[in-house]
Design a protein around this ligand. Structure first.
Ligand code: SF4
Ligand code: SF4
Length: 316
């Protein structure tokens, strides 16, 4: 079963629980873990209620595929907007339903989208801290470790099943999610590290939201606007993002990193830069010429007035 997460440091999900449920111990991939979650357990699906589950772009892609829905329908039906990691970056979380605030995919028999469940549901009860997030390439290796969330309601910790953290993560399919989510998480963490002093325009926020949640619209944006005339994208990438959603998603992270934070990886075409510079220069020259013309007109006007009063208009 997938889980909730109570760690204030955990990106993907949160519940108002006591931080003391996070064991104060840094764990590695070889650290032992005693845990099992299965339909016979007394707390089965307890963690699929009253929980905030943030959806990553890859989560959205997998769920909408699973449900055979276009992105906009999936978004309307199953999600609601939220802000990511206390930033002004807009994102989506699962929309809970009913009086018991249940995940829309939970039934008494368990999760109906289990093999495509979101990243948040796969991590529990093992959280990951990655202090590399938010850094630029080449800014140091960062530090990654794991920690365990142990809550009274979760009886999985009493089950006699022993793993290493690495084995548990492999079993939950977390490694692939890590890979798919990494660059997107880094965008959010970069934004967080800037703080609110550096504001993001509404257009930039809309672009981030569209690219992160609706790849169908992002694909139209790439192929039906002047995007490919503006950015230098190699032919192989252009071919793959036409039809491959995962390639398009990873490409969208590059685009966002470049357009929001000036990160390298996607360059504006040289001729575009040159024409932009020429355009700016033209505007500058035009402005100087306009100012000169206005000055001459004002001066002529002043001379006319002085001449009418019989005074000289000549400048000192
Ligand atoms: S998606 Fe599945 S595992 Fe995750 S909260 Fe919903 S029902 Fe539980
Ligand atoms: S064992 Fe823990 S993770 Fe599994 S259903 Fe119970 S509360 Fe959720």
């Amino acid at each position: 079963m997938a889980q909730t997460e109570q760690d204030p440091k955990n990106f993907f999900s949160s519940k108002n629980t006591n931080p003391s449920n996070i064991l104060p111990q840094k764990l590695g991939l070889d650290s032992p873990l005693q845990f099992r979650c299965h339909p016979g357990i007394s707390c089965f699906t307890a963690c699929c209620h009253t929980i905030k589950i943030i959806l990553t772009p890859y989560d959205i892609l997998m769920l909408k595929r699973r449900l055979n829905l276009p992105a906009d329908e999936f978004i309307t039906q199953y999600t609601e907007p939220t802000y990511l990691e206390k930033t002004d970056m807009p994102g989506l979380m699962l929309k809970l339903v009913g009086e018991d605030q249940a995940c829309p995919f939970v039934t008494p028999q368990g999760c109906t989208v289990y093999t495509d469940r979101p990243s948040a549901c796969r991590y529990y009860p093992v959280g990951m801290a990655d202090f590399h997030e938010g850094q630029n390439e080449g800014e140091g290796a960062g530090e990654q470790f794991f920690f365990l969330v142990k809550e009274p309601h979760c009886k999985g910790h009493e089950e006699p099943k022993h793993w290493t953290i690495g084995e548990w993560r492999a079993d939950q399919g977390v490694d692939l999610r890590d890979e798919m989510n990494r660059e997107w998480l880094r965008l959010v963490m970069r934004r967080k590290s800037f703080g609110f002093q550096a504001s993001l325009s509404d257009a930039a926020k809309r672009m981030f939201f569209m690219a992160s949640t609706d790849l169908e619209t992002f694909r139209k944006f790439v192929f039906e606007s002047s995007f490919l005339q503006t950015y230098d994208v190699d032919a192989e990438t252009v071919e793959s993002i036409k039809t491959d959603d995962v390639a398009l998603m990873l490409f969208s992270f590059k685009y966002l990193a470049s357009s929001l934070f000036g990160a390298p990886g996607l360059e504006i075409r040289k001729e575009k830069v040159a024409s932009k510079v020429a355009e700016m220069k033209r505007h500058q020259e035009d402005a100087v010429q306009r100012a000169e013309k206005e000055y001459q007109e004002l001066k002529a006007e002043r001379d006319r007035m002085l001449a009418a009063r019989g005074e000289s208009g000549k400048e000192e």
